[in-house]
Design a protein around this ligand. Structure first.
Ligand code: CP
Ligand code: NVA
Length: 340
């Protein structure tokens, strides 16, 4: 693999299977080094800026802890408090931040905004989630699947169930196509992954042996699956009024024990990028219950609180994979030298 030094990390389709695999290998080596308390510091003296136009727990903490572990300093700019987007364009923001920082993370709205940052920045730019793609999450998901299932990724079967038009539906479809999985996107037709993403993924799949399916049928989609994956039904930045329509459309697609049984695979495991509405223990979860009488949304506790749930392994792997992306793009490190 050619070095990822100075590359941006904006969306899955910019990378080959070999490159994504190398990043997972590197994340694994860094995870192991941290566990043995012998982690080398590849980013000493570096400065990193985290730009968040939307909220975050995992992504922000993963970047901050990963940077600190590697000896880098972090500056966080949240949804308010900077000039970005209001008084200063993305190209101008990129050119200013490049004079201060060695790497830029961006979480926000349109993919075009992170692409503009990358075009005008002189330093690597990493996409921490846009409406269209969530590529740092994808890497953690695939790493977790490699760790939790004895089959190679190219032999695994994954169903994504829920709102398939958005970042996670897109990233999982494209990532699966590149890495050669049997991937099923299961959703009512009005929430299907867009034709542009589906056709691009299908084209990748022809070269990798992946299988990419869009279906409305839960039974067809989950049959034989190693992993079932879901995400919130209403994503950050979407208007409040879509809740009712989403609940009506997606309630039949909630992941519960019956859906797990439908796979026919007793070893089927559950994945979720988190955060998750699986009970009423959040202000939004309680509000939805009061308004619509729904106790759990995309997954119920019979699955979420079961040993099938790998979502917290995924959450941990966000940190190891983000660390791998930073050390590969800022220091040219690969798995062979990660622990040295
Ligand atoms: N999965 C994920 O991106 O979580 P945060 O929104 O907490 O960063
Ligand atoms: N689709 C979700 C993902 C959160 C990690 C959102 O964009 O809010």
């Amino acid at each position: 693999m050619s070095s990822l030094l100075n590359r941006d990390y904006l969306k899955e389709s910019d990378f080959t299977a070999e490159e994504l695999t190398a990043l997972m290998d590197l994340a694994g080596a860094l995870k192991e080094a941290k566990r043995h308390k012998r982690e080398p510091r590849h980013l000493q003296g570096r400065n990193i800026v985290l730009l968040f136009e939307k909220d975050s727990t995992r992504t922000r903490c993963a970047f901050e802890v990963a940077a600190h572990d590697q000896g880098a300093q972090v500056t966080y700019l949240g949804p308010s408090g900077s000039q970005m987007g209001k008084k200063e364009s993305m190209p101008d923001t990129a050119r200013v931040l490049s004079r201060f920082f060695d790497g830029i993370e961006y979480r926000g709205f349109a993919q075009s905004r992170v692409e503009a940052l990358a075009q005008y920045a002189d330093v690597p730019v990493w996409n921490g989630l846009t409406n269209e793609w969530h590529p740092t999450q994808l890497l953690a998901d695939m790493m977790t699947m490699r760790e939790c299932c004895p089959k190679p990724l190219s032999g695994q079967t994954l169903a994504y169930i829920g709102d398939a038009r958005y970042n996670m539906g897109n990233s999982l479809m494209m990532g699966s196509a590149i890495l050669g999985l049997d991937f099923r996107s299961v959703a009512p037709r009005s929430l299907w992954t867009g034709d542009d993403v589906y056709e691009a993924a299908a084209a990748k799949a022809r070269g990798t042996g992946a299988r990419i399916l869009r279906t409305e049928s839960l039974a067809e989609g989950v049959k034989g699956c190693d992993f079932l994956y879901t995400d919130v039904w209403v994503s950050m930045g979407e208007p409040e009024h879509v809740w009712k329509e989403r609940i009506d459309l997606l309630s039949p697609y909630r992941i519960n024990d019956a859906v797990v049984r439908l796979t026919g695979n007793p070893d089927c495991q559950f994945l979720h990028c988190l955060p998750s509405f699986h009970n009423r223990d959040t202000s939004i979860g309680e509000d939805i219950y009061q308004r619509y009488g729904v106790e759990a949304m995309e997954v119920s506790d019979d699955v979420f609180e079961s040993p099938r749930n790998r979502a917290f392994d995924e959450a941990e792997n966000r940190m190891h994979t983000i660390k791998a992306i930073m050390v590969a793009t800022l220091a040219g490190v690969d798995a062979g030298i990660a622990g040295n």
